[in-house]
Design a protein around this ligand. Structure first.
Ligand SMILES: NC(=O)c1ccc[n+]([C@@H]2O[C@H](COP(=O)([O-])OP(=O)(O)OC[C@H]3O[C@@H](n4cnc5c(N)ncnc54)[C@H](OP(=O)(O)O)[C@@H]3O)[C@@H](O)[C@H]2O)c1
Length: 312
């Protein structure tokens, strides 16, 4: 396993992390097994969110981390907040960056996770009604109470980050964004600057270059999905060229296609961290192997094109 710094936080995290969104669907024994598999493979970073099953994923993750007996000081736990779900039916009814909501949500996550602090907390999705002074007050309180060590955002463009950052004392270290061979828009747009075709449409405001410039770590979520949770591209007959190219690079490196899909993200010099969502230990082991492989620039471009992109 390779490790690198998250933003400018000083935290040396494994290049792949375990995402706990799907752990709520597992029983206690299965959750322990996946957490143990992750730790054995060198993963020291775990991501969850308060809205995953109304805290169910965080509770399952917290219990599993306790059950396997890991030393809390040797791992990094991250959660996300700012999405409000109606307790009556668990439907998302608003995004909420108010201090009252964020402080209460974080307290509830600490209970769910059975810990006194989280290493990182991210604002999950942009709340357009954010009051910047109120948000700054929330972050200051969370930091000074020792409940949160570092901060970041998710699903935000550079201007949104700039706006929030202007009001905050804490550097935003992370931006969690969908990225992978099934979702390459952030790269595609950079290669179609000043053109008139569809890929030139700017959906994200130059996020990759911005994140490199600001030394913010992009955490790639749903690295194996295409579309918005439409499915997995590996071994999917909808993606014959991509699977052929993945197999060819996998053969060259003596690993599984799952490893190459991870290595493709990690090869980008933006120093992204990959959030693995698999709850199947054998698959997770294949994916983690991708963190130890460095594919060539040509392999990277071949996979990019095989995923359906062009080089104009
Ligand atoms: N910030 C956000 O808005 C946001 C949104 C979504 C997710 N996330 C984060 O990102 C993490 C990962 O997301 P994700 O779970 O969607 O990631 P993922 O790794 O892309 O997908 C995992 C799912 O795909 C299946 N899968 C993966 N590779 C496969 C393969 N080669 N063959 C067959 N099935 C395969 C897994 O099944 P098995 O379990 O059977 O292996 C699992 O159901 C989450 O846990 C969460 O931490 C963040």
């Amino acid at each position: 396993m390779k490790y690198s710094e998250i933003g400018t936080s000083g935290v040396k995290a494994s290049r792949v992390a375990l995402g706990a969104m799907r752990i709520r669907g597992k029983n206690g024994d299965e959750a322990q097994e996946i957490v143990r598999t992750a730790l054995d493979g060198g993963i020291n970073f775990f991501d969850t969110a308060d809205c995953y099953g109304a805290g169910a994923s965080s509770r399952r993750l917290g219990q599993a981390l306790k059950d396997v007996g890991v030393d809390r000081s040797k791992i990094f736990v991250q959660t996300k907040f700012g999405i409000y779900r109606d307790p009556k039916d668990d439907n998302i009814t608003r995004y909420d960056f108010s201090k009252d909501h964020l402080v209460a949500a974080l307290d509830s996550e600490l209970k769910n996770l059975q810990t006194d602090y989280v290493d990182f907390v991210l604002l999950h999705r942009p709340d357009t009604l954010v009051d910047l002074d109120d948000l700054a007050g929330a972050f200051n309180e969370l930091q000074s109470s020792g409940k949160v060590r570092h901060f970041g955002v998710s699903n935000m463009n550079p201007m949104q980050v700039e706006m929030l950052q202007s009001a905050l004392d804490q550097k935003l270290e992370v931006n969690q964004l969908q990225f992978g061979l099934g979702h390459t828009g952030m790269v595609q747009q950079e290669m179609h600057v000043n053109m008139e075709d569809t890929p030139s449409i700017d959906h994200d405001g130059g996020l990759i270059s911005y994140s490199r410039l600001k030394r913010m770590t992009i955490q790639a979520w749903s690295p194996f999905q295409f579309g918005f949770f439409e499915g997995v591209f590996i071994d999917n007959p909808k993606f014959p060229e991509l699977n052929e190219a993945l197999q060819s690079v996998a053969d060259a490196h003596g690993v599984a296609k799952n490893a190459i899909a991870v290595a493709w993200i990690l090869r980008h010099p933006a120093r992204m961290q990959v959030l693995l969502g698999s709850m199947t230990p054998s698959r997770l082991r294949e994916m983690m192997a991708g963190a130890d492989i460095e594919i060539t620039a040509q392999e990277w471009y071949d996979l990019y094109v095989a995923a359906g992109n062009d080089l104009p």
